[in-house]
Write a protein that binds this ligand. Structure first.
Ligand code: GLC
Ligand code: MG
Length: 253
């Protein structure tokens, strides 16, 4: 038996990553809860959902209370039980963010269908977009944004959702922000995801990455194009895929 690596920070996406199979979620919760009690591991959820939509999810799924919630695809961070977004993060994202101009540019694309108003957030504009035209539309929007000197990031997830965010406001940069605040080394952190809006989790630091077995094609493709030894593509799906990855990285036995 090898020596276990200390897990100081556990970050996971919710829908189709941690959440998807209730039995394996329950088992993983037990492991994480014990880990947190013994070693003070921080647990963070990084979701595309708004905070309100996350709270809806907690009514039907058993989720451990996180130490921080990264909501709206990284554009909002809620520390512990604090109900308002982390102010320093808000300040960072406010620089050079012109929401109205972005909405105006997006409105020129007939293929974009606005998501419900509850998912429109101060630093996130969200649409639905058919996969058959997605690649072309994403490229055209990116070009128009760049041409207008708008510093924004376009993310397509799950063959359906298109989000436009401040380019420094994705899930990955939010994790870097928390990791620095808590002074945690990337080698003692793990990030888990299944879709396009999780790619940023794997992109910036040297956190250990787990891609669950049911991952969407956009994340699989990204992983194939950027193979790296501290990213692991699990065979098992949902929370069972996370458990498989935690073993692979020797965070658990
Ligand atoms: C969640 C959000 C949605 C977003 C999607 C992908 O489903 O509710 O607004 O587009 O994640 O990031
Ligand atoms: Mg997901």
């Amino acid at each position: 038996m090898g020596v276990l690596t200390h897990l100081s920070l556990f970050v996971t996406d919710l829908d189709h990553t941690l959440v998807g199979d209730d039995e394996s979620l329950e088992r993983l919760n037990q492991v994480l809860d014990r880990y947190r009690q013994d070693l003070g591991t921080k647990i963070v959820y990084a979701t595309g959902r708004s905070r309100a939509s996350y709270q809806e999810l907690t009514k039907t799924r058993s989720l451990l209370a996180p130490d921080a919630l990264i909501a709206a695809v990284g554009t909002e961070i809620y520390m512990g039980n604090v109900q308002t977004p982390e102010p320093e993060w808000v300040k960072k994202l406010s620089v050079n963010w012109h929401r109205d101009r972005i909405v105006e540019i997006a409105s020129r694309f007939a293929d974009l269908e606005l998501q419900p108003s509850a998912e429109q957030r101060p630093f996130k504009v969200s649409y639905y977009l058919s996969p058959s035209v997605a690649a072309a539309v994403v490229q055209q929007i990116q070009e128009l944004l760049a041409h207008s000197s708008l510093d924004a990031e376009v993310i397509y997830s799950g063959s359906r959702d298109l989000d436009i965010l401040p380019s420094k406001g994705d899930k990955g940069t939010a994790v870097q922000f928390l990791r620095e605040r808590w002074q945690i080394a990337p080698e003692q952190a793990v990030v888990c995801g299944d879709s396009g809006n999780d790619i940023s989790l794997f992109k910036y630091g040297r956190e250990r990455g787990i891609i669950v077995g049911n991952a969407q094609s956009e994340l699989r493709l990204w992983h194939e194009l950027h193979p790296i030894d501290y990213h692991y593509l699990a065979v098992a799906e949902y929370a069972a895929g996370i458990s498989e990855g935690l073993k692979y990285f020797q965070f658990v036995e």
